[in-house]
Design a protein around this ligand. Structure first.
Ligand SMILES: [Zn+2]
Length: 145
């Protein structure tokens, strides 16, 4: 597995171990992780800290010139909120662990010129499946179902 997807998955596992939703993400700039995070709905009672939002928040304020050279890695296909944020800051490339559990706004991202790669990683998928089997209501809450 790619080292950055490995880092995103490590974040997802950390979140799961905390009793949270196992989705992780890292923001990479010029081959270096500048922000990492995982979903914090349970841990912080947050309605906006999805894995991707958490990684972006953790990276802190960055100039436009940095975002334009970033790659966002996420273990799961990004929802409308996270996809909107990717577009807002002009992040040009997104690498997704899997989109079988949840199909996010990949079409929207591609239509706006974002380079989207789905690596279809079985470990990302297995972790989500295990979590959803255990806590289906928590998962539904996170995706607004
Ligand atoms: Zn999201």
């Amino acid at each position: 597995m790619d080292e950055f997807m490995e880092a995103a998955l490590a974040e997802a596992r950390k979140g799961y171990a905390e009793g949270g939703i196992p989705i992780g993400s890292v923001l990479v700039h010029q081959g270096k992780v500048i922000g990492r995070g995982h979903n914090k709905r349970v841990q912080e009672g947050s309605v906006i800290l999805h894995g991707e939002m958490s990684a972006l928040e953790n990276a802190g304020r960055q100039p436009v010139s940095v975002y334009r050279e970033c790659v966002l890695y996420t273990t799961l296909s990004p929802c409308p909120m996270c996809s909107g944020t990717i577009l807002l800051y002009g992040i040009p490339r997104v690498v997704i662990g899997e989109n079988e559990t949840f199909m996010g706004e990949e079409e929207l991202l591609r239509s706006r010129g974002v380079d989207v790669t789905v690596v279809d990683n079985p470990e990302c998928r297995a972790l989500m499946q295990e979590f959803i089997a255990q806590k289906p209501e928590l998962w539904n809450e996170d995706i607004g179902v």
